[in-house]
Design a protein around this ligand. Structure first.
Ligand code: SF4
Length: 477
């Protein structure tokens, strides 16, 4: 199974991708509007929810308590699904989960699959695994459908095609249309709807993610604004749902807390347009639903995270609010991060799921300003986790930058020897002035330090060092 073939292997690739994103005017305009659109709606939605802080706290506590007994809740979920005639599979990693999906599809002799939006299937690269075997796979969320046609990765957890302008969308949809479609939203949406309806009718299998899975009833909950999740799960004869193991919640009574916070944090809505509760396959007397229901529960590193200091990352309900709030995401967009999950939570999840070695740029892709934590509906301490990942890198010799290690060693040696510190500050005060732009700022620092002044100024050294001033005048005054 291919790992993330687009992972940024080096810090430089991330910096290059960020520089490209910053130079892309179209993308900058789209990202510039993000704070005023989704970000503003998120903030307004919280203001309109009475006791919103208590609701968020409760949702966080449910996650915390559920993870403390995750094995018990997963067993209950399995029993409940089996009791309703469904089948349950546990997958250790993405490869096993893809294999399980493929086995089900091949046992049915299915050739065509429709999918509703699911970050978990993106995480395991399911589409690629199916396409390799010639199984036609059609994304049915409008944004996902567009980026599937374009061959892009999602750039935002809830708005996968957020990086594209209406003109670009029209160009992409014109390909299957076989004619130039006008840049009119109604026309474009109408064309996509017609195409997708046809696929729903033809598909043998529908694949969905899972927003929440209720252990006591075996119900999976799907939340969407387009209704495609309903058609994906109801029209094809077989429904396969794939969930990360952390998506389980114990009781149906826990669900309203998450419905309240998810819609508000994701899109600023009180409630998403469609909330589907699916409990097993279609039973006698029921009017719709698949004839077979399969639930795949994915680990893919989550059980290791459960016992680690980064456990809180499993609280994430994939709302995307931290992306909308993050100044880095709002500057460089989702693709620069290099993984399936972008933004602040992506900077935590991607190193955890795909390895820190291949993603060592991500824990540093943050200013640690805390806007993500403030926006998060379940109050995940993202900055804290990014610092912990940075710390982990310092305990792994292979992940350390030799230059950075040398710089810190030199700094420690200097700080332990006052004469060296005095000499260093004397040299700096005499030489840094050569790069002065004016009395207050340096235009460009020398050598490797130039990275700092590429994007911002550096304060110019004072004409007199503090220790010289103190010796001459400070002591007397
Ligand atoms: S970390 Fe919080 S804000 Fe970010 S996607 Fe997850 S739940 Fe939403």
């Amino acid at each position: 199974m291919p790992k993330t073939d687009y992972i940024r292997e080096t810090h430089h690739e991330f910096l290059d991708a960020s520089a490209d994103a910053l130079a892309n005017q179209g993308l900058q305009q789209i990202l510039g509007r993000l704070g005023d659109s989704l970000g503003k709606k998120n903030r307004e939605a919280w203001e309109q929810l009475p006791n919103s802080d208590l609701v968020r706290e409760r949702a966080r506590t449910i996650k915390d308590e559920t993870l403390a007994e995750l094995d018990k809740h997963l067993e209950t979920l399995e029993r409940s699904v089996l009791a309703r005639g469904g089948k349950v599979y546990f997958a250790d990693d993405g490869e096993e989960a893809c294999r399980q999906v493929i086995d089900i599809i091949q046992a049915k002799g299915a050739k065509k699959v429709v999918k509703s939006k699911s970050m978990t299937t993106e995480e395991i690269h399911l589409n690629h695994a199916l396409e390799v075997l010639g199984i036609e796979t059609v994304e049915t969320d409008l944004g996902e459908y567009i980026i599937q046609l374009a061959g892009h990765r999602p750039s935002h957890i809830v708005g996968p095609a957020l990086h594209l302008s209406a003109k670009e969308v029209a160009e992409i949809l014109s390909m299957p249309a076989g004619e130039t479609l006008p840049v009119e939203r109604e026309v474009l949406a109408g064309f996509a709807r017609k195409q997708l309806r046809m696929n729903f009718a033809q598909a043998d299998v529908g694949i969905s993610g899972v927003n929440f899975a209720v252990a006591e009833t075996g119900t999976i909950v799907l939340i969407s604004n387009e209704g495609n999740a309903r058609l994906t799960t109801a029209l094809p004869k077989t429904h396969i749902a794939i969930m990360g193991m952390e998506k389980v919640i114990p009781k149906l009574a826990d669900l309203p807390y998450f419905l309240k916070v998810l819609a508000r944090a994701a899109t600023g809505q009180k409630l998403s347009v469609y909330t589907s509760l699916i409990t097993g396959a279609r039973h006698e007397g029921e009017l719709d639903g698949a004839e077979e229901f399969h639930l795949i529960i994915l680990d893919n590193g989550r059980s290791k995270i459960l016992g680690s200091p980064l456990r809180e990352s499993l609280f994430c309900i994939r709302c995307g609010a931290c992306l909308n709030a993050c100044p880095i995401y709002r500057s460089v967009g989702g693709h620069a991060y290099g993984g399936v999950y972008a933004g602040p939570i992506g900077a935590v999840l991607t190193p955890l799921y795909d390895g820190l070695a291949a993603n060592k740029h991500l824990p540093h892709a943050s200013s640690l300003c805390g806007a993500c934590q403030a926006a998060c509906p379940v109050k995940i301490q993202i900055p804290e986790m990014l610092i912990q990942l940075r710390e982990q890198m310092h305990h792994e010799p292979a992940l350390k930058s030799p230059l950075e290690s040398l710089a810190y060693r030199m700094w420690a040696i200097t700080l332990r020897r006052p004469w060296m510190y005095r000499l260093g500050s004397w040299l700096a005060s005499r030489t840094l002035g050569w790069w002065k732009q004016n009395d207050r700022w340096l235009k460009r620092l020398p050598g490797k330090l130039h990275g700092w002044t590429q994007k911002r100024d550096f304060p110019a050294p004072a004409p007199t060092r503090f220790r010289d001033w103190w010796d001459k005048e400070g002591k007397q005054s």
